[in-house]
Design a protein around this ligand. Structure first.
Ligand SMILES: [Zn+2]
Length: 139
């Protein structure tokens, strides 16, 4: 774990100095980290998706172009499922940062619970930034 965190810290410092560095996934050493890996292909992410009610066949598509991937998922999911999808994506990113910057590994169930907690909080707080299903342009 310490080696993984150290390599990310070193790579981040080099990146900040203007050198483009490819980071490895903090959970899968020697696997390049990109958004497609982080949100879909990583075993950690797949375990998190399996804990949601989102049908896997709606999410499991080539995430090479992340914008097209999200548009495709939007077209395959209902509004409530898409809101959960986006919130799980956010929670996966949050968990990744918790691992890198706080040395807190988290778990797939914690990612899903974090997403569900955010959605419950947004339902009770009109100032919350998490969009709810009624705010999506779903037809
Ligand atoms: Zn990974």
């Amino acid at each position: 774990m310490e080696g993984v965190l150290g390599s990310h810290s070193d790579a981040l410092q080099i990146t900040l100095e203007g050198v483009d560095v490819q980071l490895d996934c903090p959970r899968c050493p020697d696997h390049p980290e990109d958004l497609g890996h982080l949100l879909l292909q990583c075993t950690f992410a797949r375990q998190a998706w399996a804990l949601t009610e989102i049908p896997w066949h709606c999410v499991d598509h080539d995430p090479e172009d992340i914008e097209k991937w999200m548009q495709g998922v939007f077209g395959r999911l209902g509004c409530g499922e898409f809101t959960l999808f986006l919130t799980v994506c956010w929670s996966l990113w949050f968990s990744r940062n918790q691992l890198i910057f706080e040395a807190q590994p988290g778990s797939p169930p914690e990612v899903v619970e974090h997403a569900r907690r955010l959605l419950r909080a947004s339902a009770n707080d009109p100032q919350c930034v998490v969009p709810m299903r009624d705010s999506w342009a779903c037809f």
